[in-house]
Ligand binder design. Structure first.
Ligand SMILES: Cc1cc2nc3c(=O)[nH]c(=O)nc-3n(C[C@H](O)[C@H](O)[C@H](O)COP(=O)(O)O)c2cc1C
Length: 184
């Protein structure tokens, strides 16, 4: 159900908490923020920062992470990723640990999940997005749209052509779905 844009919706706030080792999920996060921004105020927060301070009050929580070993990363897979990049990688906490410890969460009732994973053969099962979605539901959130996977072409990326635009469209759909709006 798509609702028309209204000024009041612009007062809504969305928090995007994300994890990214090689920059692909971070780039998708930017694209998701671009899709949300015409409709809601957006706060982007790397998961290590989210884990270190109280979450702000928001209307919509969006969580994104890369798929590691068929699901959400663990310390061991983050160490593996750290060996493949010169960029600093947070080993201690990822989206899995943050969501496991995420009580109390921000007051949002509504949430959405996205992730990145390898597209080309050999296709691997499992999806960080689905794992996040399941955890958010267990925490009592209503998923506004189904979890979305965005695809990279190799172990460290890059993102497939068109995936950033698809992420922006997914986020715009998320922001304009009536159930994402507070009752008044
Ligand atoms: C340790 C490790 C395990 C991975 N396991 C999977 C997997 O099971 N399935 C998959 O599709 N991609 C897998 N990948 C690829 C990641 O999904 C890919 O690196 C990710 O999309 C990059 O996101 P980032 O740039 O935000 O870190 C794995 C990558 C690493 C480093």
């Amino acid at each position: 159900m798509i609702a028309p844009y209204t000024e009041s919706r612009k007062m809504m706030r969305a928090l995007i908490v994300y994890e990214s080792m090689f920059g692909n999920t971070a780039a998708v996060t930017e694209a998701v923020a671009a899709g949300l921004r015409p409709h809601v105020e957006v706060i982007m927060c790397p998961v290590a920062v989210a884990a270190s301070k109280p979450a702000p009050q928001v209307d919509l929580l969006v969580v994104g992470a890369p798929t590691h070993a068929f699901g959400l990363s663990r310390a061991a897979t983050r160490r593996d990723a750290a060996d493949r990049t010169d960029a600093p990688v947070e080993i201690g906490v990822g989206v899995r640990e943050w969501l496991d410890a995420a009580l109390p969460l921000p007051a949002a009732r509504f949430a959405a999940a996205f992730g990145t994973k390898i597209a080309r053969p050999p296709w691997l099962p499992g999806s960080a997005a689905k794992g996040i979605g399941n955890r958010l539901r267990r925490l009592g959130y209503e998923l506004v749209v189904p979890p979305a996977d965005f695809y990279v072409d190799g172990m460290t990326g890059p993102l497939r052509t068109g995936e950033l635009a698809r992420a922006t469209r997914w986020a715009a759909q998320l922001a304009t779905t009536r159930s994402a709006l507070p009752a008044n």
